[in-house]
Design a protein around this ligand. Sequence first.
Ligand code: XUL
Length: 531
Amino acid sequence: MSDERLYMGLDSSTQGLKATLVDTSLAVVCEDAINFDDALPEFGTEGGVHRHPDGLTVTSPPLMWVGALDILFSRMTAKHWPLDRVAAISGSGQQHGSVWWKAGARESLAGLRETKPMRELLADSFALGDSPVWMDSSTTRQCEALELALGGAQAVADLTGSRAYERFTGNQIAKIWQTQPDIYEATERIALVSSFVASLLAGDYAPIDHSDAAGMNLMDFRGRAWAPKALDATAPALEGKLGPLVAAHTTIGRIHTYYVRRFGFDATCRVIAFSGDNPNSLAGLRLAAPGDVAISMGTSDTLFASMRKPSPSGNEGHIFPNPVDPNAYMGMICRKNGSLTRETIRDRLAAGSWDRFNALLEQAPVGNSGCMGIYLDEPEITPPILKVGNYRYNASGVGVGDFEPGTEIRALLEGQFLSMRLHAGQVGIEPRRVIATGGASVNPAILQIVANVFGSDVYVTERADSASLGAACRALHGATCADQGRFVPFADIMEAATPFTKAAAAQSAHHATYTSMLARMDQAEKALAAG
Ligand code: XUL
């Protein structure tokens, strides 16, 4: 039996919880995942969330996330994962969601006793039983107030890396403070999903890391410190409830004895600061050079790129500190209508079959003879379009009610990636190489459209779950920095990893077709955004 040290990444996403265990050469030793709806049906979530009747509010119960950790760790011991060899754990959380710890929760965390499931021990620890998550778009009023207080959208972006966004945690906090002040007062600590899960492991409130904190509209993203002007405009006495900030490679503590006694972890196992799923994916996808772009096609479609010279936009996109390089940043744009929208149309037109969906797609030519579509099941983030619906345009740009199935599928896919290219360009991202990940990255027809829309070859990794893998890589990175007492470049850690595989090559004629469609997509989106 080997005694090589192992590194664990956890990913608490919208729909489930995943764990990935890697060795020092970053080979995956074990992995497992659970789905919240299936494993914890008593919480009544669909896709891991509760959608409220207003159509804008979306929440998830944090106790469900705790229950998921119990179940996943119990399964690891049942499957004899070598947890005693885990030298460090880090993790990933869906960004922006907030967890509201009630006064007294810190003692409950410190006093976790292995005789009971964590879910029972922490049942009374939350001031808010249902946490706002990233899909929530109910805080337009608070966003307007923040931009007014700070001098406009561009001023908010210059300070925090993004203009005010409905899902960003600060605006969610402002809403709770304004509408449920008793809950705000009863709250001792507000965590992000990432720092919340880290707290469960360390048995203490965990600090928020710089990268995920940039998704709050509350941090000076260049200075990497809370921005007093933004805090003051959000809610009173907020800094004390948010706690300190740390760089993502920081060791925040050792694993709590609960996990040593109940699951067999080694008592010296480090907990490395957790971060958001997108920063973790950047680490998992090893975006090193400017122009290296990742497109993650999960519940939402997200594009991100490593960059040195951030230029935050008052219109769209986000800049976060880079989670693996304290001197760099990451640029990101997020489209909410991603996989779920593709699945809705697959189910409607192709009886739930991706093969049939791909075959129908091939019935329509590249560029769709000028037909285009914008398909919004949810209010969209990029560009900000709050009304939902399917919008179809013929070659003359005139709105039409229906398309043939093949035209519909092509309009959906081409529209999604044209929009992404348009908005990436607007925040200064110039793709040189695209790395695709997430559920849809196993679909070759989708990858070919991505290659042709962006005019870049598309690479895939052998793994689609880059957030939990990235968290495992960051666990190794954080532990190496701590062991050596200095910042070790992330590239040194990643040298051992297997290179990516090319999955689609850009075709210049098709790229030109797509380039010629960008202006029309821009116009159509602007018209919808303007209502
Ligand atoms: C990013 C965002 C989503 C969530 C999904 O800003 O809102 O990508 O992180 O988990």
